[in-house]
Design a binder for this molecule. Structure first.
Ligand code: ZN
Length: 603
């Protein structure tokens, strides 16, 4: 813990290494003015209710008024959030963020009438509107996103009842969260240095990376002793969650909960099915990786708790922030001068909050909105992981930059489905660039290949395993199968054995893993990590090994924002995610790098 006290205070950080939030608001009083402006906008919305059916002008007026309010709300939100994250100990910014969150709730409540009222306009009426007021055509897709759900909107009474009962529906997830984050009490375990540490989810993750097998084993056994005691409660909370998805899907005339969840995000269900099918076909590659892990670790028995310890030793190559910027810039040069000129803006015009200071929010992210720079928060350390984080977040920020500069506000963002693609593509471009160096030393090469293989394992294989289980439990519940703890344990263990193969001993404890994974409460969300990672592998390959048309197509994807449905946006980039080929391509790259890694570590 000594390190924590050595962190600088925010005021002592070199301003050149902080983000420049005066580009959003010169000072807090400018923020206050806009905050009041959003309030005024919200107050004006009540006059617009009941007007959409009047005429085309009224629809245009209401739409532009609401979008203008949303745009300004985004701006005040981002300012308050970033101010708070840079130093979470400042009361002023804590309350500023709380006020803005409250303002956002007021905004939602004041505009809740819009969609139901819009849905009362049939397609004939909309055609007349577009004819009478051509400016409405700029919002056609925006309206169509609501209209596409028309068959699944119930009568006002039922929708109202569902809205009122949302707290009740969420009780499974809430109870799980409280139990998992607060009430569960974990024992102390002994770490590598012989210190007693209290187990938690975070500490568990660190201990599983330990080089000492007895530390990993102890953490694993102790953690699952606790979850085992609560397995029946946890099967009940998960059941509640699954049942509410199935009930809503049924009420809203969907075939199943999977279709209900994906339709809202405009994703065809075969995207999900293809992922599971193609990953299953390629499980022998994961089995090979697991076998190699066993060999490198030199153990007689490999357990699931041996899956996270490093295969390449501790000494990560070191990179300073300045070196990292130079390497990232070089790796991104393949995307062209225009792209790199914006990366230079990011690097040289203080879009990045670089170093760790006391009370700064941990981790790394890219955040911004239509009227701000796409800022980046880092907690810099001189190592390979941070070089990857820098280029990853740069991918997010460039995606945001291109989207907002090429689309109107209503299409100037991007959907969750494509959100991790630009960032992961950048990581792959870095991997390609580093590996292409003919003078690369073998230690660095090992670290890079290991980073890639670990990422692929943790994202494509593991998230698909979750996605497969998620689909399975929803189907089983719909078929009348009670989701008891023993049923879940047995089937999770089977699935885990299928994924990791015979080289790993399947301890009974791993059957309980379902009980501690928050993602099973996310409603068919995690598959997007896997599809995004695979698409990014394919895209980077096209950019590096293709021609100018591939680069242009890629930039076209960044510029598209949310102006089309997500799978169409990806088609513009040259990846058809409704077909299995992009997944096949990603596995081919994984196999190639697995071969290389195998050669390097076994020679
Ligand atoms: Zn990301």
């Amino acid at each position: 813990m000594a390190e924590v006290t050595e962190l600088p205070l925010r005021k002592d950080v070199d301003p050149e290494l902080t983000w420049d939030l005066t580009t959003i608001y010169h000072d807090d009083s400018e923020f206050q003015t806009d905050f009041e402006n959003v309030k005024k906008q919200i107050d004006s919305y009540s006059k617009l209710t009941g007007t959409l059916a009047n005429d085309a002008q009224s629809l245009l007026k209401a739409t532009t008024a609401i979008l203008a309010g949303a745009r300004l709300l985004d701006k005040v939100y981002v300012y308050a959030q970033l101010k708070n994250d840079q130093d979470t100990s400042v009361d002023k910014y804590q309350s500023m963020l709380a006020q803005v969150s409250d303002l956002a709730s007021q905004f939602s409540a004041a505009t809740a009438w819009f969609d139901p009222e819009l849905l009362r306009l049939d397609s004939q009426k909309m055609d007349q509107y577009y004819e009478a007021e051509p400016k409405l055509k700029d919002y056609r897709r925006f309206f169509n996103q609501t209209f596409s759900l028309r068959d699944h909107i119930l009568s006002d009474d039922v929708e109202h009842a569902l809205a009122l009962s949302s707290d009740v529906f969420d009780s499974g997830e809430k109870t799980f969260g409280i139990l998992n984050n607060t009430d569960l009490s974990f024992p102390t375990v002994t770490d590598e240095e012989g210190n007693k540490v209290k187990l938690s989810d975070g500490v568990y993750g660190v201990l599983l990376e330990s080089a000492d097998p007895s530390v990993r084993r102890q953490a694993f056994k102790k953690l699952y002793e606790v979850y085992s005691q609560f397995q029946h409660t946890l099967s009940a909370t998960l059941t509640t969650n699954v049942k509410q998805h199935n009930l809503k899907a049924n009420l809203k005339h969907y075939d199943n909960a999977l279709q209900a969840a994906l339709t809202v995000n405009e994703i065809p269900t075969n995207v999900y099915q293809n992922l599971i099918d193609v990953v299953n076909e390629h499980l022998p590659l994961l089995h090979r990786y697991v076998q190699l892990r066993k060999q490198i670790l030199g153990v007689d028995e490999l357990h699931m708790y041996d899956m996270y310890t490093s295969l390449v030793g501790e000494q990560s190559p070191r990179y300073t922030f300045d070196e990292s910027k130079r390497i990232a810039r070089d790796a991104l040069q393949v995307l062209g001068d225009d792209y790199v000129s914006h990366v230079d803006e990011e690097f040289n015009q203080r879009w990045i909050d670089v170093v760790e200071n006391r009370y700064k929010r941990s981790g790394g992210y890219s955040s911004g909105t239509y009227d701000t720079n796409p800022f980046i928060l880092l907690n810099w350390q001189d190592n390979l992981d941070n070089l990857y984080t820098l280029i990853h977040e740069t991918g997010h920020s460039m995606h945001s930059y291109y989207a907002k500069n090429n689309q109107p506000f209503q299409y100037g963002d991007y959907s969750i489905f494509v959100a991790e693609i630009a960032s992961t593509t950048n990581e792959n471009l870095l991997t390609d660039q580093l590996l292409a160096d003919p003078n690369i030393d073998s230690n660095l090469k090992k670290h890079i290949l290991n980073y890639y293989l670990d990422g692929f394992k943790g994202t494509v294989f593991r998230q698909t395993q979750f996605a497969e289980f998620e689909q399975f439990i929803h189907e089983q519940d719909a078929a009348g199968q009670p989701l008891t703890a023993s049923f879940l344990n047995e089937n999770y263990l089977k699935l885990n054995q299928k994924y990791y193969g015979d080289a790993v001993i399947s301890d009974d404890e791993i059957g309980l893993e379902w009980s501690r994974i928050p993602h099973f409460y996310y409603n068919f969300y995690v598959y997007q990590y896997a599809t995004g990672f695979a698409a990014a592998s394919t895209l980077a390959d096209k950019v590096v090994n293709g021609d100018q048309r591939d680069v242009d197509a890629y930039l076209g994807f960044l510029k598209s924002g949310s102006s089309d449905i997500p799978t169409n946006v990806m088609k513009k980039a040259g990846v058809d995610m409704t077909k299995p080929e992009y997944l096949e391509k990603a596995f081919a790259i994984f196999e190639e790098r697995l071969n290389e890694f195998e050669k390097l570590v076994t020679k």
